[in-house]
Design a binder for this molecule. Structure first.
Ligand SMILES: Nc1ncnc2c1ncn2[C@@H]1O[C@H](COP(=O)(O)OP(=O)(O)OP(=O)(O)O)[C@@H](O)[C@H]1O
Ligand code: SF4
Ligand SMILES: [Mg+2]
Length: 377
């Protein structure tokens, strides 16, 4: 489902964060870590955008930039019709900060162990002067705890008295206290047991339906992303390599990197096991990324332009954008047959029958399992 008829809440353009590396007595800048290197996306009301990619590709840095926890090197961040927040001084962010909140990865370290839950959840109500102290604030905290499925008397207890899943609920109640429109969830369930993960994901879906919340959902887990997200953005070395509606991206991955990531996701159906692609080596250093397409040293489909030219992110006409020369009309006629053959079976072919291209995932809307042909350039 795409919610493009819904109001545009967050718009990010050419966002960059280059962390300086300093050396020597004078702390001279000798290089930069290009953690985020020109990312674009939109988030609409009631929509969930998943950000996926291997470790170190810039997912958390993107989230921290949007929360204004770190200052961008360049780019634009707009919430609704706000001015460009990326170029505003910190103080002027304040009216917008309330609209975006964070759900943290680790429910154990993100809650102050010395504060009772009521004080943790009520803190933001006090900071933003939303509810007067005393009975009105206690009532509001109890309401928030109920909203996330905790008993009202949880307010009197301390974080260590709760399980991991319950602590994550406390974290969500704290984030909801200021009535945000956007929640940035950075690996919010990866520290939890699988059964508890499902409960927290269900809670997030319920809250989204009731409150029209928008989520930026950062995760390694493509199965969870497939279930929860309406759209997905795949990052590699600080850049977007593919983005589009979840069913399109997961049933019909185009970029060789997306195909490789998806090949690791277990498929439930009998005889529909995907051929696993094991990528060579780790993600290269963002200090000195490879020339041309940053993925070329690990790509089985590379051809002439790949080492020299960085691919443009090109709209494929069906809501998907891909940054790969294989999908650029300019190079269409120069793709060698051997590369066509490799791509045809790359990641989407089931192990049991390599001649048939099939990808299988669960859609966010129907939870149905679907098979479709993967597109070729
Ligand atoms: N404060 C910092 N100073 C220098 N480099 C940083 C800083 N924060 C992050 N980085 C680097 O930026 C790159 C992207 O980091 P980031 O945490 O955004 O990755 P990630 O995609 O969230 O990874 P993971 O999946 O492991 O959480 C990494 O190479 C990281 O080492
Ligand atoms: S541009 Fe070339 S190296 Fe990069 S993913 Fe596409 S085929 Fe592979
Ligand atoms: Mg991270």
């Amino acid at each position: 489902m795409e919610n493009h008829d819904q109001e545009l809440l967050l718009s990010v353009r050419n966002l960059k964060k280059h962390f300086p590396i300093r050396k020597g007595l004078l702390s001279r800048v000798v290089a930069h870590v290009k953690a985020v290197d020109g990312v674009d996306f939109d988030l609409h009301r009631g929509e969930t955008l998943g950000i996926v990619g291997e470790s170190g590709c810039g997912k958390s840095t993107t989230g921290r930039l949007i929360l204004n926890l770190i200052e961008p090197t360049a780019g634009e961040i707009r919430i609704g019709d706000s001015p460009n927040l990326a170029s505003l001084p910190n103080k002027q962010w304040l009216p917008y900060r309330r609209r975006i909140q964070m759900i943290f990865q680790d429910p154990y370290s993100s809650l102050n162990p010395r504060m009772p839950v009521g004080a943790i959840v009520g803190e933001a109500l006090a900071i933003h002067k939303l509810t007067p102290p005393g009975e009105p604030r206690r009532r509001r905290v109890a309401e928030l705890l109920e909203q996330v499925g905790l008993p009202r008397d949880a307010a009197r207890r301390f974080p260590h008295e709760f399980s991991g899943g319950q602590r994550q609920r406390i974290g969500i109640a704290r984030a909801l206290a200021v009535e945000p429109e956007i929640l940035i969830a950075d690996e919010p369930v990866s520290a939890l047991d699988v059964s508890i993960q499902a409960q927290v994901i269900n809670l997030m879906e319920d809250l989204q339906r009731k409150m029209q919340l928008s989520y930026l959902f950062i995760s390694h887990d493509l199965s969870v992303v497939g279930h929860l997200c309406h759209r997905v953005l795949v990052m590699y070395l600080g850049r977007t390599v593919e983005t589009g509606p979840t069913p399109k991206l997961l049933y019909q991955p185009r970029h060789p990197y997306t195909r490789a990531l998806l090949s690791a996701v277990p498929v439930i159906e009998k005889d529909q096991r995907r051929k696993r692609i094991v990528l060579d080596g780790d993600v290269p250093s963002p200090v000195n990324p490879p020339s041309g397409c940053h993925f070329h040293p690990r790509c089985a489909c590379k051809f002439d332009p790949c080492e020299k030219v960085y691919p443009k992110l090109i709209d494929q006409g069906d809501g998907v954008k891909v940054a790969c020369h294989l999908y650029d009309p300019e190079y269409k006629d120069s793709i060698p047959d051997s590369v066509h053959r490799t791509l045809n079976n790359y990641g989407t072919a089931p192990a049991s029958n390599a001649s048939q291209q099939v990808a299988t995932v669960t859609t966010p809307e129907s939870n149905d399992t679907t098979t479709e042909d993967a597109p070729t350039p």
